[in-house]
Design a protein around this ligand. Structure first.
Ligand SMILES: Nc1ncnc2c1ncn2[C@@H]1O[C@H](COP(=O)(O)OP(=O)(O)OP(=O)(O)O)[C@@H](O)[C@H]1O
Length: 365
């Protein structure tokens, strides 16, 4: 996660569509990393993106980096074609008769500045497209097509990347395929990304900062690590519930190839140390099936990780033999899948303090 605290812009918009809808938002953007706009259908997310792009005539201010694109009080309104932005839509919308390379090059017709060849190389490298460049859209999966459309947006060398539900047209396996590429963009691209989604999974995996919107106004905003548990229970992946805990690598144990993560929500976790550096921000993915529960802190077992939690709820599982235990862990949420018998033997009830025991070997970032 590369999000810095410096600001990458400001968006302050007001718009009214008769009695039915009005928008009144004012927020700052991180200079890098993904700011997610999250909220129910019709709350105004797309209208915000379109207004930032200059496709919608809201009143207000749009400042991205050091460029002022709109200031209604001063009569400033830079037309869309002069705004240096990349826009990725739900559908990849590639030209069917063009190869992936030609589709990416097409983006350059609208770009400005820099060496076009370098920018194509960078976008192709960033999105892992080098082997697919001569393929036409019908020879690409939905996820690969969407990667091409993101590369097409990036060759413009934009000041901001706008992504409007870019994964919602893809099925589950295609979303899993493309998600790591969007994580890579989040971590490596040095521009703000404004990302609209309905999906709690995308928020959990991708967001650095979250803006919650309802009926055209912001109801909450904050870093993803703090807000994530307020918008969703842990999400469903590969038929298991998955929680994401945010933290920072605080040290490594090279002898055992482990890294220690200091969690934002309190406590520490040991994880396999592959690809991690001290100081690096990580979000640890924890499947409910890998979490056991104990009523005491000290459990003499092979499990290295023990987090103090409070039982929030106990839900029936799809299997009658199991229960899903929804836990609060500091400011985060964690899900455990245990047998119903174990839940009864432990006498679990809402509000009770327990320790979540998590297998190190099962963890990944
Ligand atoms: N071109 C338009 N003309 C009139 N009303 C519109 C137009 N586009 C959107 N709206 C209305 O404005 C409101 C906000 O729409 P918007 O598309 O921004 O919501 P959204 O949060 O992106 O929704 P979704 O998640 O369903 O895409 C809705 O009530 C919608 O019906």
């Amino acid at each position: 996660m590369s999000a810095q605290n410096e600001m990458g812009g400001r968006v302050a918009l007001r718009l009214s569509r008769g009695k039915d809808f009005s928008l009144d938002v004012d927020f700052e953007l991180l200079s890098t990393g993904i700011t997610v706009l999250f909220g129910p259908s019709g709350c105004g997310k797309t209208t915000i993106l379109r207004s930032v792009a200059g496709l919608e005539r809201a009143r207000g201010i749009v400042k991205i980096g050091d460029e002022l694109w709109q200031d209604s009080d001063k009569g400033v309104f830079v037309p869309t074609w002069q705004r240096s932005l990349g826009y990725v839509f739900q559908e990849a919308s590639l030209f069917p008769h063009m190869t992936a390379r030609e589709n990416i090059q097409f983006g350059l017709k609208f770009g400005r500045g820099g060496s076009s060849r370098d920018r194509i190389d960078e976008a192709v490298e960033l999105l892992g497209l080098s082997k697919l460049l001569n393929h036409r859209p019908y020879e690409l999966s939905g996820g690969e097509q969407q990667r091409v459309s993101i590369a097409r947006a990036l060759v413009l060398n934009p000041k901001i990347l706008l992504m409007d539900e870019p994964l919602s047209a893809l099925d589950w396996s295609r979303r899993q395929e493309i998600m790591p590429w969007i994580e890579k963009i989040r971590d490596e691209l040095q521009i703000p990304v404004l990302y609209v989604t309905h999906s709690a999974e995308e928020v959990a995996r991708l967001a650095d900062f979250i803006i919650l919107i309802e009926n055209g106004v912001i109801t909450k905003r904050g870093p993803a690590s703090r807000l994530i548990c307020e918008i969703s229970a842990p999400v469903e992946i590969e038929t298991d519930r998955v929680s994401f805990l945010h933290g920072r690598i605080s040290g490594t144990d090279e002898k055992y190839a482990l890294a220690c993560v200091r969690l934002d929500s309190g406590g520490t976790l040991w994880i396999p140390s592959a690809r991690t550096e001290p100081g690096e921000e990580v979000r640890v993915k924890i499947f409910a099936r890998d979490v056991a529960l104990s009523r005491t802190a000290e459990a003499a077992s092979s499990i290295q990780n023990s987090l103090e939690c409070t039982v929030r709820d106990i839900e029936p599982d799809v299997s009658p033999a199991q229960s899903l235990v929804d836990l609060t862990c500091g400011s985060s949420r964690l899900m455990a899948r245990i047998t119903r018998r174990a839940a009864e033997n432990l006498g679990l009830e809402k509000g009770q303090k327990v320790w979540a025991l998590i297998k190190t070997a099962a963890l990944s970032v």
